[in-house]
Design a protein around this ligand. Structure first.
Ligand code: COA
Ligand code: AMP
Length: 630
């Protein structure tokens, strides 16, 4: 089948299309309602179907000839550990850990927060929660205790699962003290914490609340799979929005399983038994979908990598892993390849490795800039496939469907809409714009399976944040255009979300932290171009009248505050004192103009500006600090 035929079918007859695709998975009870509308007026997929996602990811394969095949290959250059789990072994571990959770009272619908590094036990915990029909919420290890506390308060988990530590380049990060601090900060108190003790550091345990993973597993009774409805939540994953409060994206069981299973062949051209590697982290959506669920739903082997693209031990790390495990598809963020190119521009470290099994490299998480695209394609001599997606969708919105029909790539484009996604470019009044016109990228409803039906505990935020701007459409928050051939070019966010090293962060959240400094009257955080990480945040700070500050000292304090409050992953390293901020007469800071100034782009001063001299003044200050891209 051609891409065009597949895509048209999905848009013209979504119900028939997804009914056919629902046959890809094994249902306990097949759905009769393929597409329905819930009490909030939101389209839902497979509402009356019954399934269990962990069953589909594990037991199904054990029962159908894959018991002895590797499900997980764990490779940890930071600890020197390599370990494999067959489908049978992984199923048994998951069933036992589900038993542990069950003994602690976890049942269908309960939440479990998972705050873990990239170890197989993180996947075991996620799948065990899914086995019980409960809901996991994984929190990325790079987030600080306060961020974890906010998520605990929102998700109200019965149990939190953690490890004693994670390992960064040459550094052991103790997780347990961060969890203890988060629980102190949170109003909601989980009943139990289950702690995986790792050899690199031993966590201290709170008697009565904390349970040792290994000890609990030693006596656990395996638990069976609990059937859930297609629309019952599988997980909540918090992501950055424009305000300080992260949004709990809710993922259904049914639509998610169908969409991900379909994607493995359609987008990634993966067959059961082949090796897939998403070099991300389970704390991000890419990790949820393509380290854990999709490869296992498809009967593939997934690589779990505890390391970085560089320095663990060198820039040949990715090539070593691809060779050693015969990886067929590699998925990573462009920033990883920029880091490799910086360390090893002539790719000398590639020479010792055989990458013949590698069919294609997939990139997402941020815009794939043409130089990184060219370097990676030329260095590897393999197709490099950009695809665009969001935590909210759980899978790609645009991409190149290598398992259906590979389209000719165009640098700077994430190719064409994935079947199911009716991608439109809208003008400010909601009108659909013609090819070549830049606008807001929106998705005409119904959204395909796997996309979020709500924000956990705050449906109004879902409605106002995504649906109300253009009735009948979901606003993606990204801007861009389509060309004459229907290729989509995603140019960047239209809101205050930034992407730093493939990590989605909110400048609004950083502003809240910076503004809480006693010397700061007002501030604005913007993302500026960064040659390695794509973007980096900088703070522009206005000091309170009459307050004397040492600017260097203030910058240090603000950097420390953001690191403490949000986490190292925010990469907030620069704060600059300015005399005034450019605002409209109604008091709105002109952030877009500030970004243009910092990016060295030509800008015109709008007539609505309150203080026209502020922009050149800021340009001069930023320039003197070497913060303007030239
Ligand atoms: N736990 C604790 N701390 C973490 C962490 C984790 N899981 N992940 C990152 N951090 C810390 C880092 O140690 C670093 O701390 P530092 O400021 O003390 O050095 C900080 O957060 C920033 O991390 P990062 O942005 O990852 O920078 P880096 O310099 O350590 O590495 C890259 C740079 C490019 C190698 C790395 O960012 C990378 O591999 N990016 C790919 C990202 C990715 O896969 N994203 C998923 C989307 S697909
Ligand atoms: P996240 O929710 O963390 O996956 O981040 C989603 C955001 O990352 C999107 O809204 C985009 O701004 C950006 N993004 C992800 N993939 C791409 C891509 N291939 N091209 C351009 N931007 C991307």
């Amino acid at each position: 089948m051609s891409y065009r035929a597949e895509y048209s079918h999905s848009i013209e007859s979504p119900e028939t299309f997804w009914e056919e695709k629902s046959e890809l998975i094994h249902w306990y009870k097949k759905p009769k309602q393929v597409l329905s509308t819930d009490s909030n007026g939101i389209h839902r997929w497979f509402a009356d179907g019954e399934l269990n996602t962990a069953y589909l990811a594990l037991d199904y394969h054990v029962e159908n000839g894959r018991a002895e095949q590797d499900a997980i290959i764990f490779d940890s250059p930071v600890t020197g550990v390599k370990r494999r789990y067959t489908y049978q072994e992984l199923r048994d571990e998951v069933a036992k850990f589900a038993g542990v959770l069950n003994e602690q009272g976890v049942e269908k619908g309960d939440r479990v927060v998972i705050y873990m590094p990239m170890v197989p036990e993180a996947l075991i915990a996620m799948l065990a929660v899914a086995r019980l029909g409960a809901i996991h919420s994984v929190v990325f290890g790079g987030f600080a205790p306060k961020e974890l506390a906010v998520r605990i308060d929102d998700a109200e988990p019965k149990v939190v699962v953690t490890a004693s530590c994670g390992i960064e380049i040459n550094r052991v990060i103790e997780y347990k003290p961060m969890l203890d601090e988060a629980i102190e900060l949170s109003a909601f108190k989980p009943e139990r914490c289950i702690v995986l003790q790792r050899p690199q550091c031993t966590a201290s345990m709170e008697i009565g609340r904390d349970l040792d993973w290994q000890q609990a597993m030693a006596t656990a009774e395996p638990a069976g799979c609990v059937a859930v409805k297609g629309t019952d939540p599988l997980y909540i994953l918090y992501t950055s929005g424009t305000t300080g409060k992260p949004k709990g994206v809710v993922r259904d069981n049914g639509g998610h399983a169908v969409a991900l299973k379909y994607s493995m062949k359609a987008i990634y051209n993966m067959e059961p038994g082949e090796v897939f590697w998403a070099a991300s982290d389970v704390g991000w959506v890419v990790g949820h979908s393509y380290i854990v669920y999709a490869p296992l739903l498809a009967g593939c082997t997934t690589v779990v990598y505890e390391g970085k693209p560089i320095k663990t031990p060198d820039a040949g790390a990715f090539w070593r892993v691809c060779d050693e495990y015969k990886v067929k598809a590699l998925f990573a963020a462009p920033t990883a390849f920029r880091a490799i190119r910086k360390e090893d521009p002539d790719s000398d470290l590639l020479a010792p490795y055989d990458l013949s099994a590698l069919e294609a490299v997939f990139m997402a998480g941020e815009r794939l800039d043409p130089p990184t695209y060219e370097w990676t394609s030329q260095t590897l001599g393999k197709p490099v496939i950009d695809h665009w997606w969001q935590t909210e969708t759980g899978w790609a919105i645009c991409g190149n469907l290598t398992g259906i029909e590979r389209m000719a790539p165009k640098a700077g484009s994430s190719t064409v809409p994935i079947p199911g996604f009716n991608v439109q470019i809208l003008g400010a009044q909601g009108e659909e714009l013609p090819a070549g016109s830049q606008g807001i990228i929106a998705l005409k409803q119904p959204l395909p399976p796997s996309c979020l039906p709500t924000i956990w505990g705050d449906h109004e935020r879902f409605r106002t944040g995504y649906l109300s701007e253009f009735p009948g459409y979901y606003s993606t928050g990204d801007g861009g255009y389509k060309d004459e051939d229907g290729y989509v070019f995603v140019m960047g966010r239209t809101d205050d979300v930034i992407n730093v090293a493939g990590h989605r962060l909110s400048t609004g959240e950083m502003e809240e932290v910076v503004a809480s400094h006693p010397a700061v009257a007002e501030c604005c955080v913007i993302g500026i171009n960064d040659p390695l990480k794509g973007q980096q945040p900088i703070g522009l700070v206005l000091i309170k009248n009459g307050v004397e500050v040492d600017e260097e000292q203030l910058e240090k304090e603000l950097v420390a505050m953001v690191r403490k409050s949000i986490g190292a992953v925010a990469c907030f390293k620069k704060a600059v004192v300015v005399q005034r901020l450019p605002k409209t007469r109604s008091g709105k800071i002109l952030r877009k103009l500030l970004r243009q100034v910092a990016d060295g782009q030509a800008y015109s001063i709008p007539s609505t500006i309150d203080d026209p001299a502020s922009l050149p003044e800021i340009e001069e200050i930023l320039d003197s600090r070497g913060l303007v891209s030239r």
